[in-house]
Design a binder for this molecule. Structure first.
Ligand SMILES: [Zn+2]
Length: 355
């Protein structure tokens, strides 16, 4: 290195002896004037500068980098997705060829907003756009409306899977994933993909479409981390293995959600409260519509069931197909002893949910 510098110095010193002025640097630096003004003494400085100047110029002109095939194809006829700079984060986070996916443009020119805009790789943006254009738009039309927005829960985020510390890097950390809660129709309806009461047919249609397009789909019943959103990513696995784990639950969840609130400390003794319950204006906590059935249920369950309910761990079902039928309406079963026992169908794979 030193030798190289010295040699360079010598050469340019020699050059200076022959040529009266240092040759102006052609493209790079903005300072031919300053340079001319600097005394001949410094020629070491220009020599040291020039290597810096070159990369700087290269960095200033990322436009020179030809757009990827994906970028070139992701025109504004398909999506509003401006390119954003590459991200280099800790622990392998980040990505290249990134875009900020703001909206998908339908064939008729209408836009489906991505709300909020999602930072994803171009390939992911393209997959999402294709999906919305080809599958979601017709689905919305079948519901008598049109798609207005995707409810983006999370896209790029430098983190481990399932936000577990020390876990393998999530595809979110590679800008290769998105978590969606649902989509909004132009008439204001919100289609929540994990809502048990949302039309099953709609959820099933969406499930089939995403499982055909994305290599990882995780939803309710997959691993307990995806009960309120659907994770989609384009992870590549050996042998082209794909993961499609989304159980289409219906009816009430396996545990009773509407348990009465615990009695406040300052509540009157039991008998009095019971009398109150029968009185027209009940103090029924926060659920006026449930006022009638609630006390009855409450009384029953409280007597029948001294032990607390099992934790709200969702029944695990590896394959949505398997879950398709039997899942149905069992859940209302309030008898405490049976529900924990009937559960655990052995899990088919330990799975590594790349959420
Ligand atoms: Zn996710």
């Amino acid at each position: 290195m030193l030798i190289a510098l010295v040699a360079a110095g010598t050469v340019s010193a020699a050059a200076r002896d022959i040529v009266p002025l240092p040759k102006p640097r052609p493209s790079a630096a903005p300072g031919p004037v300053e340079r001319a003004a600097t005394p001949a003494e410094d020629e070491s400085a220009p020599d040291a500068e020039s290597p810096e100047a070159a990369p700087a110029a290269a960095a200033e002109a990322p436009a020179a980098k030809p757009p990827s095939a994906c970028r070139a194809a992701l025109t504004e006829a398909i999506a509003i997705a401006p390119s954003i700079p590459d991200i280099t984060g800790p622990g392998g986070c980040g990505g290249t060829d990134l875009v900020r996916l703001e909206a998908v443009v339908l064939p008729d020119g209408a836009r489906v907003a991505v709300s909020p805009a999602a930072t994803v790789r171009c390939g992911m943006a393209r997959a999402l756009a294709d999906w919305v254009r080809a599958d979601i738009a017709p689905l919305a039309a079948s519901l008598g409306s049109r798609a207005a927005a995707l409810d983006n829960f999370d896209a790029y985020e430098c983190r481990g899977r399932n936000r577990q510390r020390g876990a393998k890097l999530s595809e979110h950390g590679r800008a290769n994933a998105i978590d969606l809660r649902g989509f909004k129709l132009a008439d204001g309806r919100m289609i929540s993909l994990t809502d048990r009461e949302a039309p099953r047919q709609v959820r099933e249609t969406v499930m089939q479409s995403v499982c055909g397009r994305f290599t990882t789909v995780l939803g309710p019943g997959s691993d307990g981390y995806h009960e309120d959103h659907i994770h989609l990513d384009l992870a590549e696995r050996r042998g082209g293995y794909r993961m499609c784990q989304w159980a289409l639950y219906e009816g009430l969840p396996p545990i009773a959600p509407a348990m009465p609130l615990p009695r406040p400390d300052e509540a009157p003794p039991r008998e009095v409260a019971a009398d109150d319950d029968r009185a027209p204006q009940t103090v029924a906590p926060s659920r006026p519509e449930a006022a009638e059935p609630a006390p009855a249920e409450a009384a029953e369950t409280e007597q029948a069931e001294p032990a607390p309910l099992p934790p709200p761990k969702p029944a695990i079902r590896a394959k949505p197909k398997a879950a398709a039928k039997p899942a149905a309406n069992k859940p209302i079963d309030l008898t405490p002893s049976t529900s924990p026992a009937t559960k655990p169908p052995a899990r088919s794979k330990p799975a590594q949910p790349p959420t």
